[in-house]
Structures are given as structure tokens and as C-alpha cells.
Design a protein around this ligand. Structure first.
Ligand SMILES: NC(=O)C1=CN([C@@H]2O[C@H](COP(=O)(O)OP(=O)(O)OC[C@H]3O[C@@H](n4cnc5c(N)ncnc54)[C@H](O)[C@@H]3O)[C@@H](O)[C@H]2O)C=CC1
Ligand SMILES: O=C([O-])CC(=O)C(=O)O
Length: 328
């Protein structure tokens, strides 16, 4: 059965993530193979022509699900009737920078976009912020969209989640699909905490199947610093893997997590696990009925607690910084 078309807005459409993302959206991988897509591409004026070139290529793919493509530099038009907003457009970091260094440069982008979403988007709009620092940019956008339920603003930590799945699978010599209940806590930054104390492989806790030294000295830093390692190797930040994670994040949000499993996403805290209310922090989340919900009732051991707290403290500090800048 063909469903009603969905309007998907992608900002930064002419960028490297945009190029890896748009063709997958148009081919039906974002939501599913039965849902036609209207694409809106937002770019800054200098990059509109390049985005139009990408739009020409999208047309040339003759994707059966792609109903329309519109390129614009008008933020309000870009979000008119939008059901899914992928906020990718931002300046990426380069070697030697932390993502937090981008707060001032990129923070200013997310205030007008939050306002435009508030004024123009569809009632069911769902927002994924990819542009860094993703959690705090999502907070800025959400703060300027008072009419949209806060829970509809999310930040991407699915790339971190996927990186953690892959590192654990390599270590244990298992398939990705044999791992369940892994989670990333906190900020999409070097302080993030990938948690193996609830993750299960073959029905047994993953942390008990690896040496503690590997966990603290290799696994956690490899996952947390993978973005920088990619920048060093490629000379540019992750693009195809970031696009892939954005597809995963939205697909799961719309279609749900598998029974008994969960994933990771930056979502608005309700105060769970001591994360101050209102912060957009990564948690273990389940998706049901089109909503992400924080998994409740997990016991946090003494290895995990200070690591989660440190990453959450960084989010508190980022919120203070954007408050001082008048962005929230
Ligand atoms: N959350 C995550 O896991 C990840 C986040 N990122 C972040 O994603 C962002 C984009 O990365 P790339 O595509 O590699 O960068 P890029 O520099 O290739 O592309 C960014 C695009 O955004 C556009 N842009 C800038 N300001 C805009 C605005 N106000 N409205 C619309 N478009 C605007 C630029 O013209 C450019 O075409 C960066 O902030 C990067 O750090 C990257 C990888 C993973
Ligand atoms: O590291 C960066 O700046 C890009 C990014 O967020 C990632 O690859 O995780």
C-alpha cells in the first residue's frame, strides 16, 4: 500500500553528508519503501547552485518514490509543511578542534531554523540535528520552537552507537546482529560514554566478555575519538557513515526498535538517571508508536556513573555557554 507523501527537509544539502544522504532518502531508505518523498533542500546562497546540481542528479536517478525536489535559500520556505527535518548544514570541525569549538559559529544557524520550524513545519514534525555540536544545537533549535513538543527535537548519536557496535563485533568475532542493548550516554563528543554493562552478546553481558583494560583503554577511547581519527585519515570529517546513521536514526524513530532491544539517540531529558531536565543527552532509547522513549530502570554501576556524569556536565557547560551567547 502506498502511503501519503512525506516532506523531508535537508539543510546543508550541498555538503558532503548531504551528498551521501539525499540519494538514500530519495530511494526510500529513510522511512520505508512505500512512502513517497517530497524533498526540500536548504542551502546558503553561495551553495544553492551546487545543491541544484545534486537535485539534477537526484532527478536523473528516476527514483519511483521521489515526488518533488525544491532547492531554496529561504529558511521559512524550506520548512513549510515539513514532516522530517534533518539539520545537517553547519561548519564541520577540522584537525585539532573539538566539536564544542564550533558552538559560536554554528549556534547562530540553529536559532533561525528553530523559529522557522516553529512557524512553518507540519504538526507531526520530527527533527534530527546532525550539525555539531549536535546536542547543544538541537537544544538551541528546540528553545526557539515553543509550539513544537520538545521531544520532537533529537540529536544524532547513532553514529557513535554504530561505531561502538562495530568495535565490539570485531573484538568478539561476532556479527553486528548478535549484539543487543548497547547504548551511548551523554554528549556527541570525546566525553561520550559507550556502555557495555547492559549490552548483551549471545544473551550474556558484553562487559563480562572483554577485559576491563580493553574496555577502558581501547574500546571507550576508540569510539569516543573516532570522529577525530577519521578527520586525520581522510582530511575531512565522516560523511557516508554520518549519513548512514541519520538514515538509521529516522528509520528507527518512525518504524520502531526490535522487541527487547534498544538504540541510542540524543533526546530531551526528563531527569532520568540524574541528567538535568531539558538537556538533550544521549540515552538508551526505544522507539514505539513513532516516539523515542528513554529506557527506564537500568542500574548504573560505579564504572559507568562518573563517565556518564562527566559527559552530562559537559552538556551543562555547553548550555551555560549558549545562554551567555543569548542563543537559548
Ligand atoms: N552528529 C554526528 O554524528 C556528525 C555530525 N557531523 C557534522 O555535520 C555537519 C555537516 O558536515 P559536512 O556535510 O561534512 O559539512 P560540509 O561543510 O561538507 O557541508 C555543510 C553544508 O552546510 C551548508 N550550510 C552552512 N550554513 C548553512 C545554513 N545556515 N543553512 C543551510 N545550509 C548551511 C554549507 O554551505 C555546506 O554546503 C558538521 O557540523 C559536522 O561536524 C559530521 C559527522 C557526524
Ligand atoms: O568528528 C567530527 O567532527 C564529525 C563527527 O561528529 C563525527 O565523525 O563523529
Amino acid at each position: 500500500m502506498t502511503r501519503s507523501p512525506v516532506t523531508v527537509t535537508v539543510t546543508g544539502a550541498a555538503g558532503q553528508i548531504g551528498y551521501a544522504l539525499l540519494f538514500r532518502i530519495a530511494s526510500g531508505q529513510l522511512i520505508g519503501p512505500d512512502t513517497p518523498i517530497n524533498l526540500r533542500l536548504l542551502e546558503i546562497p553561495q551553495a544553492v547552485k551546487a545543491a541544484e546540481g545534486t537535485a539534477m542528479e537526484l532527478t536523473d536517478c528516476a527514483f519511483p518514490l521521489l515526488r518533488s525536489i525544491e532547492v531554496t535559500d529561504d529558511t521559512h520556505r524550506a520548512f513549510e509543511g515539513t514532516n522530517i527535518a534533518l539539520l545537517v548544514g553547519a561548519r564541520p570541525r577540522t584537525q585539532g578542534m573539538e566539536r564544542g569549538d564550533l558552538l559560536e559559529a554554528n549556534g547562530g544557524i540553529f536559532k533561525p531554523q528553530g523559529e522557522a520550524i516553529n512557524a512553518n513545519a507540519a504538526d507531526d514534525v520530527r527533527v534530527l540535528v546532525v550539525g555539531n555540536p549536535a546536542n547543544t544545537n538541537a537544544l538551541i533549535a528546540q528553545a526557539h520552537a515553543p509550539d513544537v513538543p520538545a521531544e520532537r527535537f533529537t540529536a544524532m548519536t547513532r553514529l557513535d552507537h554504530n561505531r561502538a557496535l562495530a568495535q565490539l563485533a570485531i573484538k568478539l568475532g561476532v556479527g553486528i546482529d548478535e549484539i543487543q542493548r548497547l547504548a551511548i550516554w551523554g554528549n556527541h563528543s570525546a566525553t561520550q560514554y559507550p556502555d557495555l554493562f547492559h549490552a548483551e552478546v549471545g544473551g550474556k553481558i558484553a562487559a563480562e566478555q572483554v577485559e576491563r583494560e580493553w574496555l577502558s583503554e581501547e574500546f571507550i577511547p576508540t569510539v569516543a575519538k573516532r570522529g577525530a581519527a577519521i578527520i586525520e585519515a581522510r582530511g575531512a570529517s565522516s560523511a557516508a557513515s554520518a549519513a548512514n546513521a541519520a538514515i538509521d536514526h529516522v528509520h528507527t524513530w518512525v518504524n520502531g526498535t526490535a522487541e527487547g532491544d534498544w538504540t541510542s539517540a540524543g533526546v530531551v531529558s526528563d531527569g532520568s538517571y540524574g541528567v538535568p531536565e531539558g538537556l538533550i543527552s544521549s540515552f538508551p532509547v526505544r522507539a514505539r508508536d513513532g516516539r523515542y522513549e528513554i529506557v527506564q530502570g537500568l542500574e548504573i554501576d560505579e564504572f559507568s556513573r562518573p563517565r556518564i556524569d562527566a559527559s552530562v556536565q559537559e552538556l551543562v557547560d555547553e548550555r551555560e555557554t549558549v545562554r551567555r551567547l543569548g542563543l537559548v
